[in-house]
Ligand binder design. Structure first.
Ligand code: AHR
Length: 511
């Protein structure tokens, strides 16, 4: 049998995990909002139209923060369409996804949903077709107490107290040709600086997220970050980047090793920040907001690879006609292999906990999501629900730096340890929690841990996501095809057998 050992020491700390790395994303896209989180008249909806069945699952996912309202949607969105009496709100053509937007759900509705769900709202402003003035007015509408036109309008619309929304994204994927109002780095930097100025004049307490670059095939990838961060340096605390992994026929090992691609991607953004901070003679000001990450297999988008999006101005979607209200689009069906891959990606995010301070699983409901709803029925936990739920539950504390030895495997990213893992020390419980992806396809792997500085450690729990059929999915008929199982602990020593192709959570109790 193959063997991998991870050595840890109490004093070899990488950094603290920011709870905001367990965040997600709701966009006005398909059935994410309508018949997702919001459906007046549904049997599980409350008086505001919020679906309680969805809310319960969101709570179970331990989500910190939810980004809203887009995504590509935001780059041609006028937030003023979504406030005030619902019968007066305009119905509009929505160009990002070629749908009809009814505006029955807007900023006030989202804020109320977020408060009821117990998540912090993070709002993106339109820096595509929108203006700096409109972005400033949105901050005034949300965060100013009273006595001005926009703050008094919020009060008239039913919210007496200001929302005090802290996190604001300065646009979305502005480097991309498919974005309404797409800009060059230089033009975006100018526009975003003016928006940032106005937004901070209204509320100096807010934290701003610059729109960074995301796609390696884009001509301005990383150069964008240099230009943008240099200009926006005084105003922003974070730079965003997005990363999606696709199972596009590269083979199981290469797809499973997506965690390594994400690792390289984050390192690239770190290097761009380092460059700008070296010039500014400062270190550690700009943090990374990975505000979209997931497996996305483009099951209903006509491209073979994410790289094929280069130069595209729209997405060709096969699952619905154009100009429908809340069409069932981008409703990816995830299998066990996708879930293992998501688990691997989540491990990488922990391994960058010193730099990545916000990370949003994109998205939350129906659209590329761990939660699926039926319009006239219930809710389903997709396979990808489970690794996220487990890591957001147990991944709290300090990440430890490992030294790794043992067997490896070869893939497009080089020679990698057969087990990819991250360990978190949780002071409150005096536990070390290890998340481990066993990439061995042929046989189980013996996984050993040496943990020094914590006294005698005892293995007390082992949870696993595994199965013989990597293509199996959860369905409304068979919702428990893929779930987390708790393994029987026969030996409390720090050596365990990890099933082949499995994602594991091991809990060690320190002395
Ligand atoms: O999450 C789906 C889309 O992916 C978002 O709207 C966009 O930001 C990205 O291209």
């Amino acid at each position: 049998m193959k063997h991998v050992t991870y050595h840890y020491d109490k004093y070899f700390e990488l950094g603290e995990i920011d709870p905001n790395v367990y965040s997600s994303f709701i966009e006005h896209l398909g059935r994410s909002v309508y018949t997702g989180i919001y459906q007046p008249g549904h049997f599980a909806a409350d008086e505001a139209g919020f679906r309680n069945d969805v809310m319960d699952l969101v709570k179970e996912l331990n989500i910190s923060l939810v980004r809203y309202p887009g995504g590509n949607f935001v780059s041609n969105y006028d937030w003023k369409d979504g406030i005030g009496p619902k019968e007066k709100r305009p119905q509009r053509m929505e160009f990002a996804w070629s749908s009809i937007e009814t505006n029955q759900f807007g900023i006030d509705d989202f804020y109320r949903w977020a408060i009821k769900t117990g998540v912090e709202p993070m709002i993106a402003v339109n820096l595509g077709t929108g203006t700096a003035k409109s972005a400033g007015e949105l901050v005034e509408y949300c965060n100013h107490e009273k006595g001005t036109y926009w703050s008094d309008l919020r009060r008239k619309n039913g919210s007496q107290s200001p929302y005090k929304i802290k996190y604001w994204c300065l646009g979305n994927e502005m480097e991309c040709s498919w974005q309404a109002g797409h800009l060059s780095a230089e033009d975006y930097a100018k526009k975003a600086c003016e928006a940032a100025k106005l937004m901070k004049w209204v509320d100096p307490e807010i934290k701003l997220i610059a729109c960074g670059s995301s796609y390696e095939m884009m001509p301005q990838y990383l150069e964008w970050d240099r230009v943008v961060l240099k200009a926006l340096y005084p105003y922003v605390d974070y730079v965003s980047t997005h990363n999606y992994n696709m199972n596009a026929g590269q083979g199981t090992s290469n797809f499973l090793a997506s965690y390594k691609q994400l690792d390289e991607h984050i390192k690239n953004t770190e290097k761009a920040i380092d460059y700008v901070e070296a010039k500014e003679k400062e270190k550690g000001k700009i943090k990374i907001c990975l505000d979209e990450w997931n497996v996305w297999n483009f099951q209903d988008i006509k491209v073979d690879n994410i790289e094929d999006l280069l130069g595209k101005t729209s997405f060709e979607i096969t699952s619905a006609k154009k100009w429908e209200i809340a069409p069932g689009i981008l409703e990816e069906k995830y299998d066990l292999l996708d879930a293992l891959t998501v688990g691997g990606l989540a491990i990488t995010i922990l391994k960058h906990c010193d730099r990545v301070k916000i990370a949003c699983l994109a998205q939350l409901v129906n659209v590329i999501a761990p939660i699926t709803t039926q319009k006239d029925g219930g809710v389903l936990k997709q396979t990808t629900y489970y690794p996220f739920q487990m890591i957001s539950k147990y991944g709290r504390g300090t990440v430890l730096q490992p030294v790794i030895e043992g067997d490896t495997y070869l893939c497009d990213f080089g020679e990698l340890p057969l087990v990819e893992a991250a360990a978190v020390y949780n002071k409150e419980t005096n536990q070390i929690r290890i998340f481990a992806l066993n990439c061995s396809q042929a046989e189980d792997t013996v996984f050993s841990l040496t943990v020094t500085g914590f006294g005698q450690c005892k293995l007390i729990k082992h949870f696993v996501l595994k199965g013989d059929d990597l293509k199996i999915r959860n369905t409304f008929e068979k919702p428990d095809n893929v779930i987390i199982e708790e393994m029987h602990i026969s030996d409390t020593k720090e050596t365990v057998q990890l099933p082949k192709m499995s994602w594991n959570v091991l809990i060690l109790e320190a002395e």
